[in-house]
Ligand binder design. Sequence first.
Ligand SMILES: Cc1cc2nc3c(=O)[nH]c(=O)nc-3n(C[C@H](O)[C@H](O)[C@H](O)COP(=O)(O)OP(=O)(O)OC[C@H]3O[C@@H](n4cnc5c(N)ncnc54)[C@H](O)[C@@H]3O)c2cc1C
Length: 380
Amino acid sequence: MIEAAISQEEAEVLRYVKEFAQKEVKPLAREIDIKKEVPQKLIQRMKELGLFASYIPKEYGGAGLSFSFLVRVIEELSRACPSTALVLDGALTLFADPLIMFGSEELKRRYLTKVAEGAVGGLALTEPNAGSDAAAITTSAVRKGNGFVLNGNKIFISNGRIAKFFVVDAVTDPSKGHRGISTFVVDADTPGFRISRDIQKLGIRGSSTVELEFHDVFVPEENIVGEINKGFKVVMDTLDSGRIGIAAQALGIAQGALEEAVDYVKQRKQFGQRIADFQGIQFMLADMSTKLEAARILTYKAAEIWDKHEDAVRISSQAKLFASDVAMQITTDCLQLFGGYGYTTDLDAERHMRDAKITQIYEGTNQIQRVIIARDLLKQ
Ligand SMILES: Cc1cc2nc3c(=O)[nH]c(=O)nc-3n(C[C@H](O)[C@H](O)[C@H](O)COP(=O)(O)OP(=O)(O)OC[C@H]3O[C@@H](n4cnc5c(N)ncnc54)[C@H](O)[C@@H]3O)c2cc1C
C-alpha cells in the first residue's frame, strides 16, 4: 500500500539508492561525524547516480521524479548518514522547490539546470533575532538601478560552505511586515556575500551550518523568486515540502538506530540468556517498531498529498512533528538497549540520538508545528 505512491521505475531506482546508502555512505558515517564534513566524493557519487536531477522537472535537465520518491531517498540516505542526506534535501527542498513553484522561466533555466547537474543550494531565512518569528527578519533589500542591495545577517544556514547559491529572504518594504518581504536568489560568489562563522553542533555534524553576512550585496531584479513583497508566501510554501523532508530524515535516523539495536539484543547475553528474550526488551522493540511504522505512513501520506498539489500545510507539520518526536524517543530507547556501551562513543547509538534531536528543531520547532496544526484546525 505504501509503495503504491511511487512508480515501478522509481521503485527500481530506489533499490540502487538503498544499496548505495548502505554500501558507500553508512561505512563513512562515523568519520563524517568526527571530521564534520561530507566528503566531496559522496556528493559526486550522488550526482553520478542522478539524485540531484531526480526531482528537477524534465524541462530543466532533471528526471521529473515525484516528491514521494525524493522522500524515500532522503529516508534511505538518513538511515545511513543524515548529514549526507541533508546535502541533497537542502538542495532540492529548500533551494529548488521555491524556484519550481514560484520562479520565472529564466530563473528556472539558470538555476534548476545547475542543481540537476549536482550544484548544491541552500535557504537563508533565519536571523539572530528572527527564528520562529520568521516575519521579524531585518535583512534589507533596497532598490538600486535594475536591482536591489542587500544588507544584514543570517544564522544557522545549512549547506553553507558547499552551496553555490541561496534562496534569501529580505525586507523590501519595512512598513508592511510580512507583506514587505521578498525572496531572492543570491550567488555565493557575489561581492559582499560572506560566511562569517562555522557553527559547531550537537548532531548532524557533517552538515555545514554557517552564519552569513550581506554587505551591500547587489542582486538583479530578475533574481526575485515570485513577486516583489510576496516572498513570505514563497518561503512558507517551501517549508511545507521541506518539513516532509525533515520527517523523512527522522524516519531514516530512527530506522538505522533500531536496526542496530535489534542486532545487538540478539547477541548480548545477561542472566544466562539473550537480552532479546526478556519480555521487557521485547515490549520496547514492539513499541518502537509500531511508532516508526505510524510515522512512516503519515510521512508518505503527506508526500502523496504534496505530489497531488493539494493543501499540505497541516499534514506536513503533523508528519514532521510526529516523525521527529518518534525519532527522538526511538534513538533514546535504542541507546538504552546498549546499556553502558550505548553511552560511549565506541558505538553509534549516541550519534543517532544526537542526530535525531535536530529534527525536532529545524524548519520550525515542534512547538511551532503545533501552532500551525492548531491554527489550521481552528480555521475550518
Ligand atoms: C542545525 C541547524 C540547521 C538549520 N538550517 C537552517 C537553514 O538552512 N536555513 C534557515 O533559514 N534556518 C535554518 N535553521 C534555523 C531553524 O529553523 C531555527 O533555529 C528554528 O526555526 C528555531 O528558531 P530559533 O532557533 O531562533 O528559536 P526561537 O524562535 O528563539 O525559539 C526558542 C524556543 O521558544 C519556542 N517558541 C518560539 N515561539 C513560540 C510560540 N509561538 N509558541 C510556543 N513556543 C515558542 C521554540 O519552540 C523554542 O523552544 C537551522 C537551525 C539549526 C540548529
